[in-house]
Design a protein around this ligand. Structure first.
Ligand code: SF4
Ligand code: SF4
Length: 68
């Protein structure tokens, strides 16, 4: 099992992490923006996370930290 922390101020809302996650454990929060005005990725604590770190690998802004 894994868990993902989003560094919200780094996120640009590109959605790459969301597309790559097979467990659909990440989504964009339409109601939450960082100080740059981007909707940020959110980790859904209620969904499975394998800790594969594909999301962190694909993020161009190093906004995700995966804990296993
Ligand atoms: S570590 Fe893997 S399973 Fe967990 S949120 Fe990231 S891509 Fe999805
Ligand atoms: S890939 Fe990185 S920058 Fe893009 S939405 Fe996910 S966390 Fe944000």
């Amino acid at each position: 099992m894994g868990r993902v922390i989003v560094k919200e101020e780094r996120c640009k809302g590109c959605g790459y992490c969301i597309d790559v996650c097979k467990n659909e454990s990440l989504n964009l929060n339409p109601d939450r923006r960082n100080s740059n005005g981007y909707n940020v990725a959110v980790f859904d604590e209620d969904r499975e996370c394998s800790g594969c770190a594909m999301c962190a690998d694909v993020c161009p802004d190093a906004a995700l930290v995966v804990y296993r």
